[in-house]
Design a protein around this ligand. Sequence first.
Ligand SMILES: Nc1ncnc2c1ncn2[C@@H]1O[C@H](COP(=O)(O)OP(=O)(O)OP(=O)(O)O)[C@@H](O)[C@H]1O
Length: 248
Amino acid sequence: MKDAPSLVLKGSAAFDGTPLFADLSFTAPGGCWTCLLGPSGVGKSTILRLLAGLAEGATFTGRMQAGDGGPLQGRIALMAQDDLLLPWLTVEANVTLGARLRGETPDRVRVGQVLEQVGLGDLAARRPSELSGGQRQRAALARTLMEDRAIVLLDEPFSALDARTRARMQELTAATLAGRTVLLVTHDPGEAARLGDKIVVMTEAGLHDLPPPPGAVPRPVGDPDTLTVQARLLEILRKDETCAPLTT
Ligand SMILES: Nc1ncnc2c1ncn2[C@@H]1O[C@H](COP(=O)(O)OP(=O)(O)OP(=O)(O)O)[C@@H](O)[C@H]1O
C-alpha cells in the first residue's frame, strides 16, 4: 500500500473522571510497525480503542489524527484483545463479516487463501465454539488481514499462539501488512524487538522510545541485535520504578 499515513494522538484520557493518562504525545510513523509495550492497566488498549473510535466510557481531550490530514474513520482496522467472533457464524462467515456489513461481495479466493495461510483452511465451516483458543485468535487475525485498511491496530494478536505458530503468524502478518501503518500492542519483548520499526514503552510516567534493532521487519528470531533489544526491553519492563531515560 502506498502512502499509509502516520497516526498522531496528543491529549488526555479519563474514565468517569478518573485520569488514565495526561498530556500524552504519541506518534506512529506511516507505513511501518510501531510496537507499544507496558505494564497491565497503563492504557495501551485504550489508546487503540480511542484511535478506532471504540473507547466506550472514555473521555478524551486532545487530538487524534492521520498525518496526511485525512479522516481516521474508514481507514482503520482493529483486532481487539477479545476475538469478538460472532458465535452463531462459521469461521468463514466471521472472516468475511466486514465486507458483508459494508454490502460488498467477499472475495472468496482471497478468503480461502487467508484461511489457508492462518492454518484454518479445513476449519472454515466450524463455529467459534468448536475451535481452540489459538484457532479462534487466528480466525480473528484472518478477519483483520481481510480488511484492506491503511492503518491496522493489533492488540496482542499472537498471545494465544504456540511459539512455532506465533513466529509464522508474525511473518505472515508482516508480509500481508507491508507498507501499512501498524500499531501493535504486545507484552512480548521478543515480538516487539522482531517487529518494531519503532518501539515505545508506556508507563504511568509517560512514553519512552527504545531504538529498534537494525534491519527490516520481521527480523530473524535469533538475530543478535534483536536479542539484545529484547533483553533490554525485558530489563526495562521489570523495573518497578518509573522508566528512566532509555539508553542502549
Ligand atoms: N470502560 C471502562 N470503564 C472504566 N475503566 C476502564 C474501562 N476500560 C478500561 N478501563 C480501565 O482503564 C485502565 C487501562 O485499561 P487498558 O485496557 O487500556 O490497559 P492495558 O494497558 O491495555 O492493559 P493490559 O495490558 O492488561 O491489556 C485499566 O485500569 C482499566 O481498568
